[in-house]
Design a protein around this ligand. Structure first.
Ligand code: SF4
Length: 440
């Protein structure tokens, strides 16, 4: 078995700027062979883990999906062979296939995507291709679930590597949220106040399991994205006295703070402690209860990195994602979703230096796409999203050939299908539809 190093490659900002936009930005072992990590030769050696990259220090739950070993021919194939096989399968499948690639996906995979975007853009893109029989989602598990819920029942959504989860999404599970909900009901009751506002509304970030979206739908709540979080919170405050926001504390705090909610009215809920680690009065006085979750990619960005960027580049424009901690968002010039970041850079008419606080694959791609600007990642340690990186061209070739029949497999086989049972999908869609109705 090839070893998988968990050493993150240290690259200085100058080296990163001089580096080609494409290419590996993490341990070469993971880039070349995630299967050694997904399915070690000695099964007893397997332990739940997100693998090398930003989430490697996070605890992966025992229930985290595993990817079994794929045939050797895909693990040993050269890059050129995999490219030829993927393109042949794509050609044969034609309109029967759509490949979706998230902004954070590695270049070696995203180059085959028919659509590239954020999670919700991609789920909607799937819906706009009703002729596609299979939707191959080169993102992470919750995104594939959302695509399944928004696509037609006869369309199959495929996640090329089942181990491509999301450490943030895993930080809020249905049991913990249910336990929290029952404790809150014990304090707030369940009756609306004189204005008809319910005591608390659950609001979930898109980055969560379908089970949590269903929980939210069943309890009068709503889903948000990083693009529409403020609109969604406004919608929630019109109907509720307070909000339980999960799983990302930073998106919740940054958004509510910008809307004028005082920090002292935003207690954190730690699911490992009674009342989330709060006293009753703090919860009664709250406006937004923030789940103790975070993205390990965006948690890496710091105020010191911004100060260094400003010292190094006069006039630098600092844009960060709202999953970054609040002091980082406060110190930046702007914050916004991946779509916002991309549009802001695309709209800049004069050559500009951009220091960007989001995932490195997206930053490198922006730097290649807009060479008139100087674009670099704020974090000098190149550390990609561990779970996105689990999708390798070998996995993509495997699932495509299994359906197309262009390789040694007979064809017609749907591997790694992600399905959400209707009992979950129906209430989850209610929460998603509320979000669409709340707009923008
Ligand atoms: S970047 Fe963060 S939130 Fe997005 S998939 Fe990776 S771990 Fe999850």
């Amino acid at each position: 078995m090839a070893s998988v190093t968990t050493t993150i490659e240290l690259i200085t900002r100058e080296e990163a700027l001089a580096r080609p936009a494409a290419g590996s930005t993490c341990s070469p072992d993971l880039a070349k062979g995630p299967w050694a990590f997904d399915a070690p030769a000695a099964p007893a050696a397997w332990a739940p883990s997100y693998g090398p990259g930003a989430s490697m220090a996070d605890d992966a739950p025992l229930s985290t999906p595993r990817q079994g070993q794929i045939p050797e021919e895909y693990r040993l194939a050269s890059d050129a062979e995999l490219e030829a096989r993927i393109l042949a399968a794509k050609q044969k499948l034609g309109e029967k296939l759509v490949i979706l690639g998230h902004f954070y996906q590695r270049d070696e995979v995203v180059r085959y995507a028919d659509f590239v975007g954020d999670s919700f853009q991609l789920a909607r893109a799937a819906k706009e291709k009703p002729e596609a029989e299979i939707i191959v989602f080169c993102g992470v598990h919750f995104m594939a679930e959302t695509a399944d819920m928004l696509s037609r029942p006869e369309q199959a959504v495929i996640l090329p590597n089942l181990a491509a989860g999301c450490s943030m999404a895993d930080m809020a599970d249905a049991d913990s949220v249910q336990a929290c909900w029952e404790q809150l009901a014990g304090i707030f009751g369940t009756e609306p106040d004189a204005d008809g506002k319910i005591p608390v509304m659950p609001v979930t970030y898109m980055n969560c399991s379908a089970a949590l979206k269903a929980f939210v739908g069943e309890h009068g709540g709503i889903v948000c994205t990083s693009s529409n979080a403020a609109t969604v919170l406004e919608w929630a405050f019109e109907r509720a006295q307070r909000v339980l926001f999960f799983p990302d504390q930073h998106l919740g705090r940054n958004t509510a703070k910008a809307m004028g909610v005082p920090l002292e009215q935003m207690p954190m809920w730690n699911p490992r402690q009674a009342l989330g680690g709060n006293d009753e009065q703090t919860l009664l006085d709250s406006r937004v209860i923030l789940w103790h979750g975070f993205c390990s990619v965006h948690k890496r960005f710091t105020v010191e990195q911004i100060e260094k960027a400003r010292a190094d580049y006069s006039g630098v424009r600092v844009i960060v994602h709202p999953e970054c901690p609040m002091p980082v968002v406060d110190a930046a010039d702007e914050s916004g979703s991946t779509d916002y970041i991309r549009k802001a850079i695309a709209a800049a008419e004069e050559p500009t230096v951009f220091a960007v606080g989001t995932e490195i694959n997206m930053v490198n791609r922006l730097a290649a796409e807009f060479p008139q600007h100087t674009i670099f990642c704020l974090d000098p340690v190149i550390c990609p999203c561990s779970t996105m990186y689990r999708i390798h061209p070998g996995y993509l070739a495997w699932v495509l050939e299994a359906y197309a029949g262009t390789g040694t497999l007979p064809g017609g086989e749907i591997l790694n299908r992600i399905t959400v049972p209707e009992s979950v999908a129906v209430p989850a869609r209610v929460a998603l539809e509320r979000m669409l109705a709340a707009r923008p």
